[in-house]
Design a protein around this ligand. Structure first.
Ligand code: CO8
Length: 260
């Protein structure tokens, strides 16, 4: 598939997906979400990719939401279909085996905030602005915002953001746990890449099973989650990377992981 609305690059096992519609502040139209689905499925199948970074093109916006102009004339059935399509793609992002870092370089509104919440770790530039403005457009959040945002920041902050439709800046987003770190704009991508490289140095299967266990645990009771952790922990002992990691420790050298 040729991409018109996203950029995709892979370097040293780190994939960068850039939403690229700067004239519309990287708003997500159907074509863009379809391209996102295609690239995410490619990434999921590529064992050479260890970490993924998602960002937006230009200095002003990560993603300013779903494309309002394209959405304006939808009826109820079309609205539901569009919502489910976006939800499914964001769930594919959330379930990618590799960790996903959102590098939020400006507006992260509506579907943009929801996209960031489908990622594992959020880093923001100082100019980032977060919000769920949907109720001001006469709709609810529809790409998972009522669910994932609530799980990230807790129901009080999620409800304040969603009911008011207001925006918060990067510092406030950090204060409520929506982003991990805030950087000057020009330092955002280097910081995201540095984080990605740090993650990529570790045993890939162990990183991916950790992600799976955390994600599974968020959505089930702690007893089930703990039992799942025991399963993935045990599974690690069947990998060459576990042998290598522990041998390297005992031999006082650096481990070299092969993802096997
Ligand atoms: N959709 C379409 N076009 C957009 C969007 C958008 N979400 N955001 C910005 N644009 C366009 C503008 O229309 C403008 O285009 P043009 O130059 O052709 O007029 C261009 O981008 C630049 O935008 P502005 O001139 O408005 O830039 P400002 O700096 O003045 O303002 C804002 C920036 C504050 C970000 C402003 O553009 C804005 O409020 N945008 C809309 C934000 C918003 O409401 N997002 C939520 C959308 S709804 C949503 O995401 C729901 C997701 C789930 C859908 C489920 C469906 C059922």
């Amino acid at each position: 598939m040729d991409y018109q609305n996203i950029l995709f690059a892979v370097e040293d096992g780190i994939a960068t997906i850039t939403i690229n519609r700067p004239k519309a502040l990287n708003a997500l139209n159907q074509a863009t979400v379809s391209e996102l689905k295609d690239v995410v499925e490619k990434v999921a199948a590529d064992k050479a990719i260890k970490v993924v970074i998602i960002t937006g093109a230009g200095a002003k916006s990560f993603v300013a939401g779903a494309d309002i102009k394209e959405m304006a004339s939808k009826n109820a059935a079309e609205g539901r279909e569009w919502g489910q399509f976006g939800q499914n793609v964001f769930t594919e992002i959330e379930n990618l085996p590799q960790p996903v870092i959102a590098a939020i370089n400006g507006f992260a509104l509506g579907g943009g905030c929801e996209l960031s919440c489908a990622c594992d770790i959020r880093y923001a530039a100082e100019n980032a602005k977060f919000g769920q403005p949907e109720v001001g457009l006469g709709i609810t959040p529809g790409f998972g915002g009522t669910q994932r945002l609530t799980r990230v920041v807790g129901r009080g902050h999620a409800k304040e953001l969603i009911y008011t439709g207001g925006m918060i800046d990067a510092e406030k987003a950090k204060a409520i746990g929506l982003v991990n770190e805030v950087f000057p704009q020009e330092e955002l991508m280097p910081a995201a890449v540095k984080l990605a490289k740090k993650i990529a140095k570790n045993a890939p299967i162990a990183v991916q099973l950790s992600k799976a266990a955390i994600n599974r645990g968020i959505n089930c009771d702690v007893v089930t989650g703990i039992a799942y952790e025991a399963e993935v922990f045990g599974l690690c002992f069947s990998t060459a990377d576990q042998k290598e990691g522990m041998a390297a420790f005992c031999e006082k050298r650096k481990a070299t992981f092969e993802g096997k």
